[in-house]
Design a protein. Sequence first.
Length: 292
Amino acid sequence: MLNALSIDLEDWFHAELIRARLPKGIEPERRVAWAGEPLLGLLERYGVRATFFVVGDVLRHHGDLVHRIYAAGHEISCHGGSHRPLWSLEPEVLERELDAFDRDAQGVVPVDEIIGYRAPTFSLDERSAWAVDVLRARGYLYDSSIFPVRNYLYGVDGAPAQPYQLTRAALTTPHAQGDLLEFPMSVGRLLGFDVPVSGGFYLRAIPGALLRRLLTGINARGNPFVIYLHPWETDPQTPRVAGLGLISRWITYTGQRSATRKLEALLQTFRFAPLREVLGLQGRRRSREEHS
């Protein structure tokens, strides 16, 4: 079965738990290009294409990197402009961020091929359901922001754990004529409980053999899964920020030395492709006129 692989192309200082703790007035070190090289090399070695959800700030500063990723056959999608979560934005602010993303993408990648969106910090939920209308009006065809297990920071209880059509009015109810095709984060079943397995912290923290077992179970039930990872999660030299609490430090930094090895084991075990291919959207284009 074909599964979806995604890289959230953001820098270490974009992470939600880090951003508020950064020293004021000091430009943070940009490491995304350096940290992303091993991931690009790994994907090339295994002949795997992925979806790169790119933050607008990265696109502005590293357009050459984004173009090189696109030229290598990977899908480019949008991960917001500033990596601020949807909860902290108004609709008109998101509209401006998406417009700026398109302007910055001109000459880097074909804008009409950018058909997917992932909200920073999986922040699409009941509080920010208005974003569905904004995305639809700008011609986006799919979203990958719903986290179907609630934690202290994000999540939508009751959401499906496999691709479905959603509407603004009913984020958790599949609808045949939905506004967007949703590819939610994947969950496995362990001892009767839903266990997040899509990637990120969960990829770093869950033992590799157990992770592969849980992912195999998703495929055995006839469903594809989606994996996500950030370049900074594979970079053991990611700057450490003072003032993080014990839990935040654990969530942010644990398992960075093993993340690349675990990803390689997944590439050896499962078949992967960009989200648009797993969702059957190859060749589709974005058109604001058709969706406004």
